[in-house]
Ligand binder design. Sequence first.
Ligand SMILES: Cc1cc2nc3c(=O)[nH]c(=O)nc-3n(C[C@H](O)[C@H](O)[C@H](O)COP(=O)(O)O)c2cc1C
Length: 216
Amino acid sequence: MKKAAKLFILTAAALLMCFCLAFSACAEKTGGEPEPDKTEESGGSGGEERQDFGDVLIVYFSATNNTEKIAGYIADITGGTTFELVPQTPYTADDLKYYDSDSRVYKEYTDASLRDVPLVNATPENWEKYDAVFVGYPIWWGGASWVLNGFITANDFTGKTVIPFCTSAGSGIGSSDTQLKEMAGTGDWKAGRRFSPSDSKSAVQSWINGLQLARS
Ligand SMILES: Cc1cc2nc3c(=O)[nH]c(=O)nc-3n(C[C@H](O)[C@H](O)[C@H](O)COP(=O)(O)O)c2cc1C
């Protein structure tokens, strides 16, 4: 083989080896997977460590999935278990037309005697074991959806920290959190937090970082 050809093959082999070494070092660092979105995980507020809330339960009602999305973020962040409150007769799209005086929600709103909404299950499994309970709901006419009432009145919150959260199109949480607290009569209820349906996981993370509920 000619001298020039030999030199070419040796140089190519050396370059290939360098490339392999660099790639394997990189794969080892990342575990071979794309790096997670750190901003999303940490909420950009420096709170990467998961707080120890004890056993966490996230109970929620959600007619159009906005509150469910926030509940899912809370579960991801806290490592908690979700429990959805499901009406025995679910709300259809027509039922939710609050601007229509013939709709189910409008009738329930204007006639309090219709607001007793039976749930498929009002008591989460292993209720006794939970230390912290997040309670989520949509705002209906400025207050908490009455679908929550069956869950609130069926359970004893003694010894639990309770953290309300809600979603709405624009209204604030108002006194919906304190009204639920009064309805419950037991438990250590914290001030609630309203989210917009478009709020991100990092907004939820920042809120949870600020709760300062971690057990010592
Ligand atoms: C019956 C009804 C009443 C509502 N009342 C209000 C309200 O007073 N203020 C507001 O900002 N949004 C109101 N909304 C909008 C919901 O609060 C909002 O879409 C919420 O994110 C729905 O949550 P969900 O998808 O978990 O059911 C109402 C929606 C319905 C169906």
